[in-house]
Ligand binder design. Structure first.
Ligand SMILES: [Fe+2]
Length: 319
């Protein structure tokens, strides 16, 4: 049994964990304490980590199975994902190249992998190369936002089911980019709007930029509700912004947060590494599934709207 020394990241959620090297923990020593903080705090920050890819994978394995996106691909995905604007020659990709469009797509508020048949429980993100001018990721707690939500809005969201599709969030950045087969390998996924943590029974709104429809609602009304909910959850007062330093590790609860990347100077290289862990029955996954034929609706890109402003053209984001 170890005692974790922590300081808050935000008034209502998130902690910085001091004096702990993730490389030193194992399933029975250190992990139980970290997992307990994860359930309660939703966002964990570990500074100054000495952590290679092998240790990254090992620590993630304590949380559950590594997410595998290779099932529908012709080639296997890497064990550790690299989120970077650095090209093979050591330079940086242009802002409209697919590698950067992918990073920029993550600047919409989201939680990871809601478009997959098994969504993520957590993502462990490590800063490897940080621009001198800085780079940041923002979080909000959808547990706190839900707790403080006006009753009238809560009543409209409770009992809903949201349909998610990978291409929907991508078309918000670049419509042509969204047509890549990468974003069409999974059918639309439908999840209940509330994810109740099975350990502490805390409810959180489960929503993302991947949501394109609300089951049983007329499309326009569904979009309006989703936008209203996202606007509520992403108010400044709910935001924790993390300014990355090399060696930083962030680990967050996908069930109870939203996050987005913040633009940085694209002329500077930035590299983060990421491992997502899939949610399991023990994490409450079965309770958010929607067993309903109507949930199988297919997704198609919305009609082109020339008045829609594309995402920031000069810069990108992190997952
Ligand atoms: Fe992400």
């Amino acid at each position: 049994m170890i005692t974790l020394t922590t300081t808050p990241l935000h008034l209502h959620y998130g902690v910085k964990i001091h004096d702990l090297q993730l490389a030193d923990i194992d399933l029975h020593n250190g992990y139980p304490e970290v997992r307990s903080k994860f359930e309660e705090e939703s966002v964990l920050y570990f500074p100054d980590q000495q952590i290679d890819d092998t240790t990254h994978l090992r620590v993630c394995s304590f949380f559950g199975p590594r997410e595998d996106r290779s099932a529908s691909n012709s080639s296997p995905d890497p064990l550790v994902s690299t989120l970077s604007n650095v090209n093979d020659d050591g330079g940086v990709y242009g802002t409209n190249e697919s590698q950067v469009l992918s990073l920029r797509s993550n600047m919409h508020w989201h939680t990871d992998s809601t478009f997959m048949p098994i969504p993520a429980l957590t993502n462990m993100l490590i800063a490897r190369v940080v621009p001198a001018s800085g780079t940041a990721t923002q979080f909000v707690s959808t547990r706190i936002a839900w707790r403080e939500m006006p009753d009238a809005l809560k009543a409209r969201a409770r009992g809903c089911a949201f349909r998610h599709h990978y291409a929907h969030s991508r078309q918000k950045t670049d419509r042509e980019f969204a047509q890549s087969k990468t974003f069409w390998q999974w059918e639309a996924q439908t999840w209940k709007s509330i994810w109740t943590n099975p350990v502490n029974q805390q409810e959180a709104l489960y929503i993302a930029s991947h949501v394109f429809d609300v089951v049983g609602m007329e499309q326009h009304s569904g979009h309006a509700l989703v936008e209203e909910l996202l606007d509520w959850c992403t108010q400044d007062r709910f935001i924790y912004e993390h300014q990355w330093q090399p060696g930083d590790v962030l680990l967050w609860d996908e069930r109870a947060t939203l996050h987005r990347g913040i633009p940085w100077n694209y002329d500077e290289p930035r590299t983060l590494t990421s491992v997502c862990v899939s949610a399991t029955t023990a994490d409450g996954l079965d309770e958010i599934r929607v067993h309903d034929a109507v949930s199988d609706a297919t997704y198609s890109l919305p009609p082109f709207d020339s008045s829609t402003k594309p995402a920031d053209r000069r810069s990108g984001s992190v997952s």
